[in-house]
Design a protein around this ligand. Structure first.
Ligand code: URA
Length: 448
């Protein structure tokens, strides 16, 4: 087989065979197909697209390119959850204990943050002593004991994806539906769970900024998952406004704990209940989504999820006292309050720019090798839809470097637009999609 011919075939708009896609994945992962040919083929795929069959082949070859996790030793339904990436997204920290408290298992492999989006592993590492590199034995033991565990994703899971994602990142080929779907689903399938809940983010802080695209991505991922024998369910959720009131690692863990205590921000709490409810539903713990949501709500009210979170921190080597004493978290050396010099409603927040602001403050990475500041980030005092008077507190920025605060201030202020007219109320859940049923709750154009 010849990679030049495969590139030319896709460039000219023809479908590739299973063998041709397998040849590319093996060749690129093993290093005998160089970056320039890999980049050319990815760009051809990006422009010409892949049909459902090709996307399935691509996913299967990516799964086979690395190792797969065997979770058979855990007796019970194992459910994974994945978000396509957002700003202020600390959902895993809340939904894993919420779902586990109703008797399902959530063995979670998570990643680090890159660019404007954060990563669960970085957030958890802000807990003093917390270990995110568990041995397989400790990972299984924690899942069995407390119902969930979170460990860093090994390079070996869907090994091809790690290399291909790196190349997509620098060749502007990330936001392609078949490439995103195969990247996400290859990792989820290799991670060994029985069911997968996908939180597809939609809006200015997400890869998908258009509802039609988000629906197409969801449909593609459900079809890949179900064909692999995994129960797969998607929620399309708002990412036009940062999630909750904090962005940054320690700040977000504290907000997640507050949510488990029942004091979380409304949008974030609601999203966690929707996701945990869907996890319980696909696991067969209830007959419909509403009952799943009720179960999740109850696990906040009776503090059973909080109790599990405390035990999870202890089992993974962290200091569980952080739950009662937030001063144990790392704290940024410097902070700056931002006051409004405008009056009116916040009409729009550029979510991606706010994520970039947090990264510039030290909470995120431009490159995977960057060292992050666990205490850095942003606390939002006002969000889209709020009325602001001149002199009102808009946000507090945190960083270890005072000069980063000035740059952060300029970036943050550029991300907000005001209007004298009240914007329509937003809702966090835009749509749900099961294998045979799609429910569209609102079109983002209607801003409901
Ligand atoms: N998340 C992934 O894991 N892969 C993508 O391609 C995009 C988001």
């Amino acid at each position: 087989m010849n990679i030049r011919e495969i590139i030319a075939k896709k460039r000219d708009g023809h479908a590739l065979t299973n063998e041709e896609i397998g040849f590319f994945i093996r060749g690129y992962t093993d290093g005998f197909i160089p970056d320039y040919q890999g980049a050319a083929l990815l760009m051809a795929m990006y422009i010409r697209g892949l049909d459902d069959e090709e996307t399935g082949y691509l996913t299967n070859h990516m799964v086979k390119s690395g190792s797969t996790v065997n979770l058979n030793a855990i007796k019970g339904v194992k459910v994974d959850k994945h978000s396509t990436g957002g700003v202020g997204d600390k959902t895993t920290l809340v939904v894993a204990p919420l779902a586990a408290a109703s008797g399902i298992f959530v063995p979670k492999m998570s990643g680090r943050g890159l660019g404007h989006t954060g990563g669960t592993i970085d957030k958890l590492e802000s807990i003093p002593g917390f270990n995110t590199s568990l041995s397989q034995e400790d990972f299984m033991k924690t899942v069995r004991t407390v119902g969930f565990a979170v460990t860093g994703q090994t390079a070996d899971i869907a090994a091809a994806d790690k290399k291909i994602y790196g190349l997509r990142d620098v060749t502007s080929t990330v936001d392609s539906i078949p490439l995103i779907a195969s990247s996400v689903m290859s990792k989820k399938i290799a991670s060994g769970c029985d069911a997968i809940i996908l939180d597809v983010k939609l809006g200015s802080g997400a890869f998908m900024t258009d509802m039609k695209q988000a629906l197409k991505l969801s449909k593609t991922m459900i079809s890949i998952g179900e064909n692999a024998g995994k129960r797969t369910f998607c929620l399309i959720t708002d990412m036009d406004v940062p999630l909750g009131n904090t962005i940054g690692n320690a700040l977000e863990v504290i907000e997640a704990i507050e949510t488990l205590k029942g004091n979380g921000p409304d949008d974030f709490t609601e999203l966690c209940i929707h996701i945990a409810g869907a996890m319980l539903y696909v696991a067969g713990k209830c007959h419909d989504l509403n009952s799943g949501r009720d179960m999740a709500r109850k696990n906040i009210e009776n503090q059973s999820a909080l109790k599990r979170f405390r035990e999870f921190i202890r089992l993974q080597g962290g200091n569980p006292n952080v739950i009662d004493d937030y001063s144990l978290f790392p704290c940024a050396k410097e902070s700056k309050v931002l006051l409004s010099n405008t009056e009116g409603y916040i009409r729009k927040m550029d979510c991606k720019r706010i994520g970039v602001t947090s990264m510039e403050l030290g909470a995120g990475r431009k490159f995977l090798t960057d060292v992050i500041q666990s205490g850095a980030g942003i606390r939002l005092h006002k969000k889209t839809g709020d009325y602001v008077n001149k002199g009102d507190l808009l946000a507090t920025l945190y960083s270890d470097d005072v000069e980063k605060l000035d740059k952060g201030e300029a970036l943050f202020l550029e991300s907000i637009e005001f209007d004298m007219e009240r914007p329509p109320q937003r809702s966090i859940l835009k749509a749900t999609m099961d294998k045979d049923k799609t429910e569209i709750l609102c079109f983002p154009e209607l801003v409901c």
